[in-house]
Ligand binder design. Sequence first.
Ligand code: SF4
Ligand code: SF4
Length: 439
Amino acid sequence: MFRSGHLSGGVHPKSHKNTDAFSTIHLDDFKEIHIPMSMHIGPPCTPVVMVGDQVKVGQLIGEANDPMAVPIHSSVSGLVTAIRKEVTSDGHSVEVIQIESDGLYAPDESIAPPTVTDKESFLKALRDSGLVGLGGAGFPTHRKLRIPTGKKVECLLINAAECEPYITTDFRQCAEHPDEIIAGISLVLKYLGIPQAIIGIEDNKPLAEKLLRDALAKTEQAMRLKLAISVKLLKTIYPQGAEKLLIHALTGREVPTGGLPIDVGVLVINVSTVRFIAKYLKTGMPLVRKHLTLDGSGIKKPCNVNVPIGSMIPDVIAHAGGQAAEAGKIIMGSSMMGVAIDRLDMPIIKQNNMILVFDKHEADLPAESPCIRCGRCVKACPMHLFPFELDDGARRKNIEQLKDHHVLDCIECGCCAYVCPAKRYLVQNIRAGKGSVRT
Ligand code: SF4
Ligand code: SF4
């Protein structure tokens, strides 16, 4: 039996869930696709096609040569027109396979549901599918779900919190595919031998909660058995969905510094990721499309889209209604934790789950002023850190100070910067401080 914990710290930014009521738009009208050979945290894949080759949807085009890498597949059918190095939104220069789409989306002949009979064949199937965590971290799912020898998982936690402003992709998955989510959870429990699962969802998403509960009841009725899956509501507060905080909120357990969820007997997986697992085991179509939210004052029609991986961002925005204003600031990911990029002409990769485009007016960064030791950042920090000390240590490159104040425990949530009246660039400095401690 797990008890619930409560998040101390955290903030209540305006939710801006402008797109939650609109169905996901499926976009296919792309003439050219650029698929990078690195869309995971491990080393890049090696291209296995050449310029001039014809490819089909789901065909392997990049081979993974490392346990932390996953294979890459074509998201369109068409002609390979170039293979060259390009910079992607995560800042890396990698080989990119350029494909001219024939618009037919013909599936590769090899596409068929994988044969899965046990844990090893299940994990192999996940690897072959090219799946990385769809929450945005790019961690290969087959590695995340490999339970080390000697460790035991008592509970699978499904992260459907989606606590960050603007983003609604997970909410739309819950609204549009609740049955596949329940099916995906059941498959993970079955093949990994985990006794129970808890879906954690914030209490500002009653529709998603209802649909998931209905889907669970429907599945139980069809199977004539009670599944060990429950839905738990979480308080709406940012960053409720951060992994360590979610674990505490749903189980009362605390992951130790430097530890992993498995150290406290749990695994956490994103809700869209489990939905993909169910779909893949049924169809055998690898991860070739991505759901993402488009929003911000620079976007004419904020929406959720489902696009081929490798679609160029300007094409996606144009097909979804276009820009409302010249971009002053572009963020890949959320407004609190995302990364600002300086140009739009990059491809959509597996890790992208939101693009925010703000006009010049909203992009203005307020000037920093000296810290007034008000302590608001300390109160807001969900990891119980002293952000002003970390900021000071990072600016003065004082490694001891950074270590003494546990800089590596920072989850870069941005709560401290959000509340700081002096508008200190806390997260950027703390991030740099973490880098100095690691080197
Ligand atoms: S110090 Fe890190 S964990 Fe704490 S509020 Fe700031 S960004 Fe979040
Ligand atoms: S909130 Fe800002 S001004 Fe206040 S203590 Fe923290 S860093 Fe200093």
